[in-house]
Design a protein around this ligand. Sequence first.
Ligand SMILES: [Mg+2]
Length: 274
Amino acid sequence: MTNPIAVFTDLDGTLLNHHDYSYQAAMPAIKNLKERDIPLVLVSSKTQAEMNALCAELALSSPYVCENGSVIVMPKPECERLGASLENAEAKGGDYLLYRGANRRDILTVLEGLKAEFNFTGFADMSVQDVVDCTGLNEAAASKAMIRAASEPLLWHQDDAAMDEFARQLGKHKLRVLKGGRFYHVMAACDKGDAVRYLLSLYESYYGAKVASVALGDSPNDLQMLKAVDQAVLMPHPDGTYMHDDGLKNVIRAPFQGARGWRESVETALASLT
Ligand SMILES: [Mg+2]
């Protein structure tokens, strides 16, 4: 008997094309996963509000991972089926939000306490227009990016030495700071890899068998997720280069960027696992 399989994927520059955000070229592989009952789990730095429309468009019933692994969104029936713990969970519509550590309220409370000592501006201090101005997102997209469950992006107004001290203070509260393109993200001490390992443990106890796992990603924030699975797929950047693989074993390098490379690599990975 072959083992059950689960596929985990980053979105921007991975399932979605870098330039036009299209996933159309990946559809044949997504259809194949559905026909074979293989869960496809989206794993992104985006918020639930940004990801739920895509999950609905793709008609996925599997959980998805938001805000770099700090929260897992799981449809209620899937939660029951997999026996997920609701200890650190919150009901929202037809889903549960499973927090992997602190939620945003806790994070904002800690940040409030650090304001006297450090100089930063978080999303909580910004208007939609402020976020539009510093991200280039349109108003609707900025609004969705601002509905956060378990992380807080902030603009830092001090030097690196002050950032080191800020990170040390956050560590006392089991929080970490992750450097993004424009923002620093304050979140629980967790990452995409923790969330993927947790979901794999749920699938393995549900199936009563080892689950063969695949993950696809293109950036350093995907590395821990790629390390957590059996078959890692590295997606090329628009200039054709790949991120540093940090000694990852068993890597497929996708032959094309975005959705087309995603489809081919998922097919290659499935063939290698079955
Ligand atoms: Mg990406």
